[in-house]
Write a protein that binds this ligand. Sequence first.
Ligand code: ZN
Length: 193
Amino acid sequence: MLFSEHNLALRPAQYGSIEIVCGSMFSGKTEELIRRLKRAQYARLNVEIFKPAVDKRYDEKLVVSHDSNSIPSTPVDHSSAILLLSSSTQVVGIDEAQFFDDGLTEVCVKLANSGIWVIVAGLDMDFQGQPFGPIPNLMAVAEHVTKVHAVCIQCGAPANYSYRLTKDTETVLLGEKEAYEPRCRPCYFGLNK
Ligand SMILES: [Zn+2]
């Protein structure tokens, strides 16, 4: 079935869905998001990528993963801006989604219900091991949830926690490489002592 690239109304509703890629820091979330979005681009689908304006670690306009594989993105201050900027797209990618407001879940549902393929990447837990921002609600309403894992620096097991090496207790702490390390459950909670 053919449909216009620029007329959302002609896009069949059954193509709309929500996918979540989540995990700890250094788990390859952004790389997996980029891989999925590039697949969609190869299929000549219109792709738009958004990230919260708060994430300024590397570049204002790029989704940048740790291996510097990147694609252009639009920084937005509030989830509602994603709806406004997605009217002519077929695939929406969202990176660092944990930093968005709680309205992101409703935004993603609206996008998917209008036939858009939504792919969201973010941290599932903060450094205290608590569910992070809108991610848990997004996981509940998504068709597909993929948890990716880092490797525990302490023991080499699959790691799903982001252990903070500094005593700073602010949840949003950028410049992550020095401040965090991935740890498995026993190493994160100190259960092996
Ligand atoms: Zn470990």
